[in-house]
Design a binder for this molecule. Structure first.
Ligand code: APR
Ligand code: PHB
Length: 391
């Protein structure tokens, strides 16, 4: 089999890229190790930057998003029982985010892929990249017990952090930068109305908490936990008590408790791999970088990567212009590092660190109080939160 671009991974990065290329008439094949149900079922964040919404609009995939997505023009910070709102629209000249779960985005991408005849191979096993630095790269894989070989012009490594894409870059070329945080997030989903119509990020001396949502009837909540804690240690009653405490009395006053139907613990880390290109292999999304979830940048970064990569591939095929491909890694990394900085900063502002002494805690509270009283500081937060320009 042959195609122009072989895309490894059908997560947000791979599927957005597949649609961007299909729209330009570029022939791509997506190879995904799992089933559609598995990929679509993964519970992830659900806050779309305006740039992500714009890509969905441009692809004609915004029907359900426009009907069901919740536009948030502000977000809220709580600390020491106080709560204040950041008016993102006022501070950024009309900016906003849209709350729409990654699971919904994936469903829309897959439904449209079927309708538009995109080529996706699910349950592709033993995917191996060959000759990525040469002129004729190729992807070998197994499917339904048979061995296949897919020759292509380019490979897009959209296969997440544990994929084969990044591993195909020689160790003497690849540099990996990393911060591992000494805590995780315990998240629940519950079929209950959210405590507030907008998100609340809370810094409490016990640790971070976040009140989010998927819809007006479905809540998504998180509390920071130690890495040694287990889900069994957190029955619903304990979760609700701790969440209410951390949100503070004012923010928690409307909290509706009930059974949760999903509960999981995720570790937090910041990782960037450079470069994002090696020969004819291009990395995008989690294959090249991870952000902690504070600020919900993960999927948005995957989308901005592939928007840049898609643009570069279209310029190559339409105009024979290689400058976009040559500049892809530097252009993508410039935006990635800014989003990494924001996610790292927002994590540091809102979490309890095990080695934190009373001075460090006072510094956090002073910074939150400063943000509360400063339009300049709120503007910095707001412009990062709604999403920095593509650059
Ligand atoms: N062969 C084929 N597919 C693979 C392989 C492989 N060897 N390894 C991984 N994959 C698939 C995974 O099964 C997954 O569906 O690649 C996909 C990668 O998807 P994500 O991990 O979601 O990464 P990405 O598309 O970059 O999206 C990043 O979405 O899932 C969130 O937390 C993530 O917010 C981040 C964003
Ligand atoms: C979520 O709704 O899952 C969510 C929202 C905001 C974040 C992280 C996760 O910063």
């Amino acid at each position: 089999m042959r195609c122009q671009v072989a895309i490894i991974g059908a997560g947000p990065a791979g599927m957005f890229l597949a649609h961007l290329l299909a729209r330009a008439g570029i022939d791509a094949v997506v190879l995904e190790r799992r089933t559609r149900d598995y990929v679509e079922g993964r519970v992830r964040a659900g806050v779309l930057e305006q740039g992500t919404v714009a890509v969905l609009e441009a692809l004609g995939l915004d029907g359900r998003l426009k009907a069901e997505g919740l536009v948030h023009t502000g977000t809220n910070l709580a600390y020491d029982g106080e709560i204040f709102r950041i008016d993102m629209a006022a501070l950024t000249g009309g900016g906003a985010v849209t709350v729409y779960g990654q699971q919904e985005v994936m469903r829309d991408l897959f439904d449209a892929a079927e309708a538009r005849g995109l080529r996706i191979v699910f349950e592709a096993e033993d995917v191996a990249l060959r000759d990525v630095a040469g002129e004729r790269p190729c992807v070998e894989y197994r499917c339904g017990g048979a061995a296949h070989s897919l020759s292509c012009d380019f490979i897009a490594g959209c296969d997440g952090f544990h994929g084969v894409g990044r591993a195909a870059i020689p160790p003497d070329v690849l540099r990996v930068f990393e911060r591992v945080y000494p805590f995780g997030w315990l998240g629940i989903l519950a079929e209950l109305p959210p405590v507030n119509h907008e998100l609340i990020y809370a810094n409490h001396r016990n640790g971070f908490a976040l009140a989010s949502m998927r819809s007006p009837t479905r809540s998504r909540y998180y509390v920071q936990v130690g890495l040694d804690e287990r889900i069994e240690d957190w029955p619903d009653a304990r979760f609700w008590d701790e969440l209410a405490l951390r949100l503070g009395p004012e923010a928690a006053s409307g909290l509706v408790r009930g059974p949760s139907f999903e509960k999981s613990i995720a570790p937090l880390r910041s990782v960037v791999a450079e470069p994002m290109r090696h020969g004819r292999l291009f990395l995008a999304g989690d294959a090249a970088h991870i952000v902690p979830p504070t600020g919900a940048k993960g999927m948005n970064l995957a989308v901005s990567d592939v928007a840049m990569l898609g643009e570069a591939l279209v310029a190559h095929y339409r105009e024979g212009d290689a400058s976009g491909l040559d500049g892809y890694s530097a252009r993508a990394l410039a935006r990635v590092w800014k989003a990494e900085r924001f996610s790292w900063w927002f994590t540091g502002l809102t979490h309890r660190f095990p080695d934190m002494d009373p001075f460090a805690r006072r510094m956090q509270v002073a910074e939150l109080a400063y943000i509360r009283g400063s339009v300049a500081a709120q503007t910095v937060l707001a412009e990062n939160y709604v999403g920095l320009p593509m650059g």
